[in-house]
Design a protein around this ligand. Structure first.
Ligand SMILES: [Zn+2]
Length: 101
């Protein structure tokens, strides 16, 4: 898996899944320069999918992107369901607040 700061990268997943699929090859993140401007939320590495209860842990670049800009993403990947789903279905571990809030 790799990261890009290019929102038009051809490998990016642009919609939620309704059937299992592999995790995307490439994920969009904010640039290191943008992330270095400061976090407005704690950096959290794991979230729980409230539909199935599975906890997924993500890479630091994505965790820091959420911390800098909580509304940057509209959906995320669940390792249990193997689907990209809307953020409203996920809560942060361990504090339980809604991902994207
Ligand atoms: Zn799930």
């Amino acid at each position: 898996m790799s990261y890009t700061t290019d929102p038009n990268h051809p490998d990016l997943v642009r919609r939620d899944d309704d059937a299992p699929r592999k995790q995307a090859e490439t994920y969009l993140v904010l640039s290191e320069e943008e992330r270095a401007k400061g976090f407005i939320r704690p950096v959290r590495r794991s979230y729980k999918h409230t539909i199935c209860g599975t906890v997924t842990t993500m890479g630091m670049a994505i965790a820091e992107t959420y911390a800098r800009d909580p509304q940057f993403y509209t959906g995320t990947y669940c390792c249990g369901c193997q689907m990209h789903r809307p953020l409203s279905e996920f809560t942060w571990e361990p504090d339980g607040s809604l991902v994207g809030s």
